[in-house]
Design a protein around this ligand. Structure first.
Ligand SMILES: [Zn+2]
Length: 322
């Protein structure tokens, strides 16, 4: 598809009306023609002519006798069950996937012309689309840095985030731990965890890092039990060292620390508060933005739109008590 933009104006010019957006989404989701979202049939569906406001929206009815249900390209996608025009959804995807530091629900609502509550729901749904749907093992091409950080807590406690001796800076009664793995020059993965015990950290590492990889951590004691399957290099920050040299190679945890800085700047500057329940979504959003850092705005937008076929999240589900 001939499709290019570098600014929001060009983006809005391209997606000039809802019909264009539907046709675009169809080309992305159904490259070989419509697929019934109810029964999966690829048999050519009947075209339906809707009335009123919906008259320009491509609408179908499944031609399988046992199914016979109506659908559009939005059915059973992240855009389903919403009165917000697809064009506004696309604008929201653009805003969220291209903003460097994230965007608050209120700001999103203002920019695309929906209420804050609607903006909040769209924000969460799009973040869900941003999740890595086919993660691969880390560490096959370069060293992996493992580290954890603490997010949240009351504003008044934030400046008291000082190091306690021997804790490697871990002092966080009312904060939520996030464990991060980053491949130098590659991808980052984040995990919101109940604690930072050795068992928790080892399980995450064993499930996500390729055997034989080199893992770099600081001297936190939970990392002391990383198994023989890995080469473990410890950087002792307390001794003033930030780089360990071994056979002419330099090992450090700078990449994951830079990622935490980005996450925390987003937290403080944009979102002000992330509830522990939704923290993994925000972490996914930041991780995806990092992992797609070298791709164009177009590719980033397409990545999100092509992942539209995910399990539906409803407002009720998002607001349910954990
Ligand atoms: Zn069907």
């Amino acid at each position: 598809m001939d499709f290019a933009f570098t600014t929001i104006q060009e983006f809005n010019d391209y997606f000039k009306d809802d019909k264009t957006c539907y046709q675009f989404l169809e080309a992305q989701r159904w490259p070989d023609g419509p697929v019934c979202p109810h029964c999966g049939s690829t048999k050519k569906p009947y075209s339906v002519t809707p009335r009123g406001k919906q008259k320009d929206i491509p609408t179908y009815r499944c031609s399988e006798r046992s199914c016979d249900l109506p659908f559009t390209v939005r059915t059973h996608s992240i855009f389903d069950g919403s009165n917000v025009p697809l064009r506004k959804w696309f604008q929201a995807v653009y805003e969220i996937s291209t903003s460097k530091k994230g965007i608050s629900s209120k700001e999103l609502g203002t920019r695309i012309g929906v209420s804050q509550k609607t903006g909040w729901l769209m924000n969460h749904k799009i973040r869900n689309m941003l999740a890595d749907t086919a993660p691969k093992l880390l560490g096959e091409t370069d060293m992996v840095q493992a580290d954890e950080t603490y997010v949240g807590g009351k504003n008044k406690n934030r400046h008291k985030d000082k190091k306690i001796e021997g804790s490697q800076g871990r002092s966080a009664a009312d904060k939520t731990p996030v464990v991060g793995l980053i491949e130098k020059g590659g991808r980052v993965m984040t995990f919101v965890t109940p604690n930072t015990d050795a068992d928790t950290l080892n399980e995450i590492i064993n499930n996500n890092v390729a055997e034989g990889a080199t893992i770099v951590t600081d001297a936190y004691r939970s990392y002391a039990t990383i198994g023989n399957a890995y080469t473990h290099i410890t950087v002792k920050h307390e001794d003033g060292g930030y780089v360990v040299e071994d056979n002419g190679r330099k090992f450090h945890t700078q990449n994951i620390e830079n990622f935490w800085s980005q996450l925390k700047r987003g937290y403080v500057g944009i979102y002000h508060y992330m509830s522990p329940k939704h923290l993994h979504r925000y972490c996914n959003e930041f991780a995806t933005r990092y992992n797609l850092r070298d791709v164009s705005n177009i590719a980033r937008f397409l990545h999100v739109v092509r992942n539209a076929d995910v399990e539906k999240i409803t407002y009720r589900k998002l607001t349910a008590k954990a």
